[in-house]
Design a protein around this ligand. Structure first.
Ligand code: ADP
Ligand code: ZN
Length: 731
């Protein structure tokens, strides 16, 4: 390898591939040579696979046997900082490198040479005859507002054959164009005028700008009540990064990435940013991936995996709603996008802004410890004020059996309906009823594959397992005792609450918001926008609604069961309840009208409920921090979850027991191991799950110790082991 990282033709190079191998493979550099980091196609057995030139070859075998790289792909080589980042995430999460490379190349057809292709857009005329199929095609084009599709994508999205699209082209209703693949994104102009900022906002912006201009790593916790202008403020930090010629990334929970937000970005910078999320078409994904690598996408707005895009010069990462649990990926590579955003930025000299109305205890503690800067925005923008929060003491309410809306809440909703304002009834449970019980024998209907109760979904007319997604029809007779007609729903879910609301407020327009009621994220977002426009009197929602949507007409939030998430084995139960309730309450009174939040609770004196009601956040956090410190749990200690799973419970436990006995590598760092115990969900999809928890002092090299601990294991047959560092959910 030459000093600038170039390998001459025939030189032996090590290539990291996306194949599940535990090492790099040696190849000969291709004709014309190649650079370190180049994306290449290499032969592996009879196949061609994607890889990255990782360094000089290891050698140690007959050089004549080495095969040559097939070709170098026409994409920007992987930068050194990206290789370092992937390596560090691999070490942190105990993930093999090929899996990291897969995460960093999640765009199909990366290797395809740039070429022309036909794309399809909305045309100007209407077809002479409308059919359902034609309507669907035009709807898709309209929904995506000006985006172009390939023939295949358009036909698939609309669920029609390509001849339907071709027919519309003939009629001029759809336009067919030649376009180069992978166009650069339009330039964003950071110098278009922004909003006139309030004093608070302006000083926050000044601080963030100054940070941005250092060109060095630093993390700021931007804490501000919902509606205080955090988005306005961080967009100014984005502007500063763009002015410096650097790229910016705004991460959001998938569901918060709405058209409303994109429109705001467009209004500020004069063009739309690149988007990276699960709803993006394959063509768009590849375009984003390539353009990010060439520096032709200045701003990316995306869900967590956007963090692994090949930015050429990343200068800022904003993590919006930084406390959101969806930042933790819980399958494949178990990583926290928030934490890894900080890691990536430290490597490439970028700034990080963690924005939230209700930060995670981790971020709060990092700010307390001086590792992060902290900026507070304390008042809502304009006339909007924080909602008044009050408990409804359910012990004192006259409730009819099988109903969940208390008389006090009913009256409050009624008043809003009369004034033409919106109410939100919040319940964090999908489906109709969480439990289906046989009144004859007491049997609760459970999933055949999981240790979970089946949840009735009237909307689907089926019972569903929320673990594995398995559904079955509602049985007529009890599967346990055979008695007919005695199965009854117990407890409320969102669908049942909607039924009660319809009966209680027959004249109201009711909208239900739950992830499983919509076929796609796009359909759900469309619904959210309709609601924001005032298309409902009562919104009934699960935790989806807590995420950053703006419902200007909403002035009342009723929390049906504030106690629901207080209990549970999860060490973050109190924190989650606190965040969720405050977020939900923050939905009320975002515009001019003051809001009110009413919390139905049987425990109004519970410390968490009291902290929510009094708005004493610092008090809540201090108490929570003290509790965790005393217990030595995160963020004041380190944890890892090990889950073993297999088709038979016995062998899985045997391995777990052996691991618990042979814990010398853990003891060496003063870590303790708990378990093996059945995981809180002891069976998923027919696989038995056994969990060990490792608890280590803060600062202990827990990954090293775990790697040494599990290295000697030889897992037989179908037994699998997953490691989750810093587990977020304990299942
Ligand atoms: P947050 O992100 O903290 O919830 P936003 O940035 O979304 O707050 O601001 C809430 C609302 O107030 C938005 O509609 C936003 O456009 C508006 N807003 C905030 N600050 C200003 C400002 N300085 N001038 C005009 N409108 C503002
Ligand atoms: Zn199941």
């Amino acid at each position: 390898m030459s000093a600038n990282g170039f390998f001459d033709e025939g030189e032996l190079i090590a290539v990291l591939t996306t194949q599940p191998l535990d090492r790099t493979l040696d190849y000969k550099a291709p004709e014309g040579g190649c650079f370190l980091g180049a994306f290449v196609e290499v032969p592996l057995g009879p196949r061609k696979v994607l890889g990255v030139v990782w360094g000089p070859g290891q050698g140690g075998f007959d050089l004549n046997k080495a095969r040559s790289v097939i070709r170098v792909l026409e994409v920007a080589p992987m930068r050194e900082e990206m290789r370092a980042f992937l390596g560090k995430v691999a070490d942190y999460t105990l993930t093999p490198m090929p899996a990291m490379l897969r995460l960093a190349t999640r765009a199909p057809g990366l290797g395809d040479p740039p070429s022309m292709r036909k794309i399809y857009r909305l045309g100007t005329s209407l077809p002479d005859r409308m059919t359902d199929a034609r309507t669907r095609v035009l709807d898709v084009l309209r929904d995506y507002g000006g985006l172009a599709f390939t023939l295949k994508e358009l036909a698939e999205q609309a669920g029609v054959t390509s001849s339907v699209v071709k027919g519309l082209v003939k009629q001029g209703a759809v336009r067919e164009e030649d376009s180069p693949r992978d166009l650069p994104f339009p330039r964003l102009d950071p110098d278009l005028p922004g909003k006139v900022l309030t004093e608070d906002q302006a000083s926050a912006v000044a601080q963030l700008r100054a940070g941005q201009r250092t060109g060095k790593y630093g993390t700021t916790l931007l804490k501000g009540v919902t509606g205080s202008g955090k988005t306005e403020v961080y967009l100014e930090a984005v502007a500063e990064a763009l002015r410096m010629g650097r790229q910016a990334l705004v991460l959001m929970p998938e569901i918060a990435l709405t058209a409303e937000f994109l429109t705001r970005v467009e209004a500020r910078f004069g063009a739309r940013p690149a988007e990276w999320h699960s709803g993006a078409t394959m063509t768009e994904r590849r375009r984003v991936w390539r353009m990010v690598g060439q520096g032709e996408a200045q701003l990316v707005v995306g869900a967590r995996s956007a963090l692994f895009l090949p930015f050429r010069d990343l200068g800022l990462v904003v993590v919006d709603e930084e406390h959101d649990t969806s930042y933790k990926q819980e399958d494949g590579v178990h990583y926290s996008a928030r934490d890894m955003a900080v890691l990536r930025s430290a490597i490439c000299g970028a700034r990080v802004i963690l924005a939230s109305a209700t930060p995670s205890l981790e971020s709060w503690a990092n700010a307390e410890a001086g590792k992060y800067d902290r900026i507070d925005l304390t008042s809502r923008f304009g006339a909007a004020v924080l909602p008044e929060m009050k408990p409804i003491d359910m012990r004192a309410e006259q409730m009819q059996a099988g109903t969940w809306i208390s008389p006090t809440l009913r009256q409050a909703v009624q008043q809003r309906i009369e004034k033409g304002e919106q109410s939100l009834l919040f319940i964090n449970r999908r489906g109709y009823a969480p439990v289906t019980l046989c009144r004859a024998c007491g049997e609760q209907i459970a999933c055949d594959h999981c240790d979970a109760r089946m949840v009735e979904h009237r909307f689907l007319k089926r019972l569903m397992c929320h673990q594995c997604g398995e559904t079955k029809p509602m049985p007529e007779i009890c599967p346990s005792c055979g008695v007919e007609g005695k199965l009854a729903p117990v407890g409320p879910g969102i669908e049942r609450l909607a039924e009660e609301a319809e009966a209680t407020f027959p004249e109201a327009r009711i909208a239900m918001l739950s992830s499983d009621l919509f076929g796609s994220a796009r359909a759900l977002k469309a619904k959210i926008e309709e609601i924001a426009a005032g298309d409902a009197d009562i919104v009934i929602g699960t935790q989806l609604v807590a995420k950053g949507h703006n419902f200007p007409k909403l002035t009342l939030v009723g929390v049906i069961d504030a106690d629901l998430s207080l209990h549970g084995a999860d060490l973050r139960a109190a924190e989650r309840t606190f965040q969720l309730m405050r977020q939900v309450a923050g939905r009320a009174g975002r515009a001019e009208k003051p809001g009110q939040a009413l919390l139905q609770t049987f425990q109004p004196e519970h410390p968490v409920i009291r902290a929510i009601l009094s708005g004493d956040e610092e008090g809540f956090w201090k108490a929570e921090a003290a509790g965790r410190q005393a217990a030595g749990v995160p963020p004041y200690g380190r944890m890892a979850g090990i889950v073993l799973s297999g088709p038979e419970v016995g062998p899985v436990f045997d391995i777990g027991n052996a691991m618990a006995r042979n814990d010398a590598p853990l003891r060496a760092i003063d870590a303790q191991v708990f378990g093996p115990a059945p995981a809180p969900i002891a069976r998923i999809r027919g696989r038995h799950r056994v969990r060990l928890l490792v608890k280590a002092p803060k600062g202990a090299p827990i990954q090293d110790a775990i790697a040494r601990w599990i290295a000697p294991l030889r897992l037989k047959g179908d037994i699998r082991l997953t490691v989750d560092i810093d587990p977020q959910s304990f299942y």
